[in-house]
Design a protein around this ligand. Sequence first.
Ligand SMILES: [Zn+2]
Length: 307
Amino acid sequence: MNRTQIIYSLIGVITLAVLAGVVLWSGVFEAENESLVPENQPAVSPKATSSSTNQTDKQYYGSSTIGQSVEGRAISVHTFGNADNHLLFVGGIHGGYEWNSVVLAYNLIDYLQANPSELPENIKVSIIPSANPDGVYALAGKTGPISAADVPADANPGGPERFNANGVDLNRNFACRWQPTSNWRSEEIDAGTSAFSEPEARVIRDYVQSHGLSAGIFFHSAAGAVYGAACNGQVGPQTKTLLNTYANAAGYRAVERFDAYPITGDVESWLTKLGIPAVSVELSNHTDTEWQKNLAGVKAVIKQFSQ
Ligand SMILES: [Zn+2]
């Protein structure tokens, strides 16, 4: 190796050493930057508080007014969670006559507010606690969150409290087999001038049509059973599963279809016409919420839809 070759070799070695140094230095620099990221993230990420409240980066709970009754009383929805899998629970479509179904719905709102960890991340629950507030007002003299204490001790709701302020049975005002008159036991009753003639029915229609629903569960009293529904033909398999899940967990009778007397224009059948499984949960009497039974039913349905 002559002098020139030695010089070129030295230049080569020095160049390699400098390049290696640059690569190493930048690697260290990147590593330092990366190490900064996880330290900074918890302080700014909304997920930092998620473990105790089940909140994701969106809100866990919200409520809003979605319409008004004939007499201008607010109809509200309370929503928990953010998932696409969406369960709707509705109380009080039969107003003061079934006021315990309103109390049950408000109890469910309180429970989900207090126990956010009960709701799986892939489930959203919405609750319309009082679908016929004028009917509740006719009995209790108030609307919104009611309890048994708001109902007069001598109350014996027998008719008007069931209907809206136009005297229409709202659960005969939906667009499935709708007829202008319908039945409640042996009585002939007013089903409105057309399907969705009543503002309270339109509130539910518009909510359902603008929010994808996985299932609808409607609280009533007092037949002590869970009923499936179908608009035409047979009760569908999804409704049967929903019906049996709730009834088995809650300890109510499971009945595929209400057949004590013919019903037209009910909301449950209308939902199944849209391909949404739906059931009526009938409490056993007109005063108790049967809270533990119904909490078990609700939890079983949430579990079913989370799997
Ligand atoms: Zn009812």
